[in-house]
Write a protein that binds this ligand. Structure first.
Ligand code: 26W
Length: 809
């Protein structure tokens, strides 16, 4: 049906008629989108069935990627690309007088994630399928995704993201595969036939109903599955037969409380809050996922669960799904009759854990009473794991005896999920070299002494299909015209571009593509914010969650500094710049919201001041999301990756921007370090404290923010402007930022790094003036970005952790 434009048009017309009783002329863009989506989905179904059949009969190992978040974004365009039909469909739509982009935009982003961790999971699914690897996602079908951000008078306001308002064309509900998950109740040990068993009573059963989303590989026949679980109640579990007339209302209440489990995604990024509902979500995901895997496994392998580690790996995305460990133990022991030792061997050879952060405030530590009450049998198992682990430490590692309280899984009335994940898995990995080093040398030093062989690094990656081919088709085309198309399946081949880095005619082409993209973004900025920006200015971009450690504050301080300098000397020769921000703050993160307010307020002041108008513009784009990122990134000249060194585990936006030809302005943190290694010092702007310096300050002290405030007039001016009415708002509007820096001694070293940041920014300004040289750097970055394709990352996971081989469908 997609083999030619004509056959596609026929299929579209027929289906529009059937589905909506309309022809292509009368149908609305959303109807067209839904119709194409349905057609593409049907086209994928055949391979989906085939793939599943292969996986059923083939005995190759399979991977399940457990994650509380999958930040998919839109799927139509990437599914068209992967099925090899994007060009045909786009051309056909144009011939029908439609704008393909307008049609694609009808799709509501699947925003089932907060940021880095969730988007990484989505990139991994794309790479697994594209490499023909049997790997599936296991997540939650939240009814509401990450909130929609509105800015009202500079303040972030959160609106619910009801992404399922229109039918989600990609999912299939599989009621026949529903699974019961048990919460609460009592557990009584009993001896039956001389064997200790555990009898669970008075529990509440929540039905987990899977919705499957097909994940199609690039130009192959593989279609893997992302299984998203939805919580539903069953009338069976409710006693309707009493004569109590309040029963019906009680039922409604019960139904609501059960469905609340998959109601919404928690909007916290890197901040742990011990909410009962969140723990329910975690166990719900884990129990539904593990039970369904075990069920399938038993059917396929004749009940031989000893084979589990050889045939399956469950990879857990941070500690959020770490209850996989005790849940698998429970099933093996209580339902399958294994003894502890054998169940433990199977479990710890099946589970692998990825760590995504070293921030202490992000560590999950659940109060014992909560775990005990919500999942009593699971708690008992965790207690036993803890007991045995502490005993092992005591006997086998006498040097660590003093450390047992710090290393225990249960201590001080809390269950420490990272410890559970480390002890219960065969692999622990960080997500960039520097991050893994910090885990080994500092954060998990003692665990590393116990389990040195578990530790390994897997530097993150991004799918070049979405982030280059889909997001920047003109650049992709230019690359293919220049070096051929092998880079699409072998992204490292992008290195072939190096030859052309200094070639003036190639530079000119790259420049034209960038200019086109900038023009488009300038139009979007005009439409959304009413701000006119100079499309020949430097587009300087910082897009990511708003967080103290990511230091959006340092960026806006520098902008205010530039503004101050320009007001003093309006004729100062600076390269015109447009600073672009996109960032959501967690709803309860007060400081982060204050920073948004400061950025928007400063932007208003600067953008409306004729004195600097041609040189400086500041734009805060509302509601940052995957789809918005796809528009900003191709237009970026500068990629700001300015986290306090040691804090950003990897970052992945840095990779997306590099791949689209932006130059990184960054600290030696996360994957910036590896980007620098690849491109060389002259093709990146590095500044600031090193991770070791930062860690030393934290450990030994010696930093005094007030000294810098007193001695650097540029900084004093900016900080004073926060509290002297400079921004034409209430004098005290920004006092909390002021005090945060001065009274809390500038936790993230904004003042400490400010001087070298200004210097690096001046380098950017100077370098941009020599366009040929800039383009050479830009092309060099693109050429080296192949390493950061998630295909490379996934190949490493497959060969080094999972021992997974491709299955050709
Ligand atoms: C429990 C609250 C909570 C929520 C989310 C704690 C921790 C998280 C995530 C681990 C935060 C996160 O997204 N981390 C990011 O993971 C990316 C993918 O590996 C990295 O690139 C980012 O550097 C890291 O911040």
């Amino acid at each position: 049906m997609f083999s030619s434009k004509e056959s596609f048009k026929v299929a579209l017309t027929e289906r529009l008629e059937k589905k909506f009783g309309k022809d292509a002329k009368d149908a609305s863009p959303i109807e067209i989108y839904q119709t194409i989506g349905t057609l593409v989905k049907e086209k994928m179904n055949k391979s989906w069935v085939e793939t599943n059949k292969h996986y059923l009969k083939n005995e190759e190992k399979q991977v399940y990627y457990f994650s509380m978040e999958f930040l998919l974004g839109r799927l139509l365009e990437s599914n068209l690309l992967n099925t090899g039909t994007l060009t045909t469909v786009k051309d056909a739509l144009i011939e029908l007088g439609m704008d393909p982009e307008e049609i694609f935009e009808q799709e509501h982003d699947a925003g089932l994630g907060n940021g880095g961790l969730g988007r990484l999971a989505a990139c991994f699914l794309d790479s697994l399928a594209s490499l023909e690897l049997p790997g599936h996602g296991c997540g939650i079908r939240y009814k509401y995704g990450l909130f929609q951000q509105k800015l009202i008078d500079g303040h972030q306001v959160e609106l619910p993201d009801y992404w399922l308002e229109e039918d989600y064309v990609w999912e299939v509900r599989r009621s026949d595969k529903a699974i019961g998950v048990r919460f609460g109740g009592n557990v009584n040990p009993e001896f039956i036939d001389g064997r200790l068993t555990f009898h669970h009573t008075n529990y509440e059963t929540v039905m987990a109903v899977p919705y499957d989303v097909p994940i199609v590989g690039y130009e192959n026949q593989t279609v893997n599955t992302l299984r998203l679980w939805s919580a539903e109640s069953t009338t069976n579990d409710f006693n309707f037969h009493s004569s109590n007339r309040n029963d019906y209302y009680k039922y409604l209440e019960y139904k609501r409380s059960i469905e609340s489990i998959s109601e919404f995604l928690y909007p916290d990024d890197s901040y742990f809050e011990g909410k009962l509902l969140r723990l329910k979500q975690q166990y719900f995901l884990v129990s539904a996922g593990v039970q369904s895997i075990i069920k399938m496994f038993k059917e396929k392998y004749n009940n031989d669960l000893r084979k589990l580690p050889e045939k399956i790996t469950m990879q857990i995305n941070d500690t959020h799904p770490s209850l996989v460990v005790p849940e698998l133990m429970r099933i093996l022991m209580d339902e399958e009759g294994f003894g502890w030792d054998e169940a433990w061997a199977i479990t710890t050879e099946t589970v692998a854990y990825t760590n995504h952060t070293t921030l202490s405030e992000a560590l999950e530590k659940w109060p014992v009473s909560l775990v005990q009450q919500l999942i009593p049998r699971i708690y008992m198992i965790i207690e036993e794991i803890n007991e045995r682990f502490c005993q092992m430490l005591w006997f086998d590692f006498p040097n660590l005896r003093e450390k047992i309280p710090q290393m225990a899984i249960i201590a001080y009335d809390q269950v420490h999920m990272a410890h559970l994940a480390i002890v219960g898995s065969f692999s622990v990995n960080g997500v960039a070299k520097i991050h893994t080093d910090i885990l080994i040398q500092k954060e998990m030093k003692d665990f590393y002494t116990v389990y040195p062989n578990k530790y390994n690094n897997k530097t993150n990656g991004i799918t070049h299909r979405r982030w280059l081919l889909n997001a920047n088709p003109k650049l992709a085309e230019l690359i293919t015209d220049t070096i051929g198309k092998r880079w699409i399946s072998q992204p490292k081949e992008l290195i072939g571009l190096l030859k052309y880095a200094s070639d003036p005619s190639f530079q000119e082409k790259v420049r034209n593509v960038k200019q086109d993209n900038k023009r488009k973004l300038a139009r979007l900025i005009k439409d959304q914010c009413g701000i006119t920006v100079d499309e020949h200015s430097i587009f300087d971009v910082q897009i990511k969650r708003l967080h103290g450690y990511k230091r959006q504050l340092m960026n806006i301080f520098h902008i205010i500094h530039l503004y101050n300098v320009l007001r003093e000397n309006p004729n100062l020769d600076i390269t015109p710049r447009t600073f672009i921000f996109g960032a959501k703050a967690a709803p309860s993160y007060y400081f982060a919201k204050e920073v948004i307010n400061l950025i928007v307020t400063a932007a208003n002041l600067i953008n409306n001041d004729p004195v600097v108008n041609n040189k400086l513009k500041v734009v805060f784009l509302e509601n940052y999301s995957v789809s918005l990122a796809e528009k900003i990134i191709p237009a970026a000249d500068v990629s700001q990756q300015i986290s306090t060194a040691s804090k950003e585990a990897s970052g992945t936006g840095n990779m997306k921007l590099m791949m689209n030809g932006a130059l990184t302005l960054g600290t030696l943190d996360g994957a910036n370090v590896e980007i620098k290694e690849m491109v060389g010092d002259e093709n990146i702007f590095i500044f600031g404290l090193t991770a070791q310096e930062v860690l030393n300050y934290y450990q030994f002290g010696g930093y005094n923010a007030r000294h810098i405030y007193n001695s650097d007039h540029r900084i004093r001016t900016i900080l004073d402007q926060l509290v002297n009415g400079f921004f034409n708002k209430d004098e005290y509007e920004f006092k909390d930022i002021y005090y945060n820096i001065l009274s809390n001694n500038d936790e993230f070293f904004v003042l400490k790094d400010f001087d070298s940041y200004i210097e690096a920014q001046e380098m950017v300004d100077q370098n941009y003036r020599d366009q040929n040289n800039w383009l050479k750097k830009s092309i060099t970055n693109i050429a080296h970005s192949g390493k950061f394709s998630s295909d490379r990352t996934i190949s490493e996971y497959a060969s080094e952790i999972w021992r997974l081989s491709p299955v050709h469908v």
